[in-house]
Design a protein around this ligand. Structure first.
Ligand code: HPA
Length: 274
């Protein structure tokens, strides 16, 4: 990890926006409409930011959107980087390092996920309480910079309990059902096999997806508070007899995007800024 590049990137963004946002938000596939609600917007294309990559996935734009939402300044990543696109763990997590270097202390991540646990179904929202990563690659491999964190960092509270509570309270107040679950990170781009899903079920995973975990590892390392919420778009492979259709996944995502945006917005309003 090139820490000079991180600082250069943080300085570039800070110079454009002048204010340190209190919350960074990383939007998952098909959930990009969220940024439309932001006021006093400043948009910075990733291509202009030193060190940022650009996204290749359809439905993911490559713009950083800064502005005001519910009286809080937020920084929204419209489009994230995935391992399956060929990015390294370093490239995927680069923006998170930059947010931390800018002084942002809270991170909200959203994603689309498949349900392993049969109590979940397409259209449900699920707050991630923990994760399982079976791939050995880590965004922290080789990283050591005392400004950011220690060599061996604790992951037992990576998904900040206080923010999970806020999310649950907000959802309850809105009469939106919000499940809790353990997210398994798989590299993709192929969906999992039914045997892989059976294995993930046995090791304790409730849902599965191809994002979020690299970003959470860096956020936890640098001491950011993290909230991660999944939108369940399909039952994982083999859970029912249906094949997974990417278009179907996108369709479910689109159907519930408005409700999801609204939930995240309310959560942003309720997060306490120190
Ligand atoms: N597996 C992995 N990633 C996903 C899935 C899935 O079933 N659904 C949405 N993202």
């Amino acid at each position: 990890m090139d820490f000079n590049k991180i600082r250069e990137s943080a300085e570039y963004i800070t110079n454009q926006i002048k204010i340190i946002p209190s919350i960074a938000v990383v939007l998952g596939s098909g959930l990009g409409a969220f940024a439309e609600k932001i006021e006093e917007k400043i948009e910075i294309p990733y291509s202009e930011i030193p060190g940022f990559s650009t996204c290749s996935v359809e439905g993911h734009e490559s713009v950083l959107v800064f502005g005001k939402l519910r009286e809080k300044y937020v920084m929204v990543m419209q489009g994230r980087f995935h391992y399956y696109e060929g990015y390294s763990m370093e490239e995927i997590s680069f923006p998170i390092w930059v947010f931390r270097a800018m002084g942002i202390k809270n991170l909200i991540l959203t994603n689309a996920a498949g349900a392993i646990n049969e109590e979940l179904s397409p259209g449900d929202f699920c707050v991630i309480t923990d994760h399982i990563k079976l791939t050995p690659d880590s965004p922290l491999r080789g990283v050591l910079d005392s400004e950011f964190g220690e060599r061996f960092n604790d992951m037992s509270r990576a998904y900040t309990p206080e923010l999970i509570e806020v999310a649950k309270e907000v959802a309850f107040g809105m009469d939106i059902s919000l499940d809790e679950g353990v997210y398994a990170f798989m590299g993709g781009p192929q969906f999992e096999t039914p045997a892989e899903i059976r294995m993930l079920y046995r090791v304790g995973a409730d849902l599965v997806g191809m994002s979020t975990v690299p970003e959470v590892i860096v956020a936890a390392y640098t001491g950011m508070k993290v909230l991660a919420i999944s939108c369940i778009t399909n039952m994982a492979a083999g859970v029912n007899n249906e094949a997974i259709d990417h278009n179907e996944v996108n369709k479910i995502g689109e159907m519930i995007a408005d409700k999801f945006d609204y939930l995240v917005e309310e959560i942003i309003e309720r997060i306490r800024i120190e």
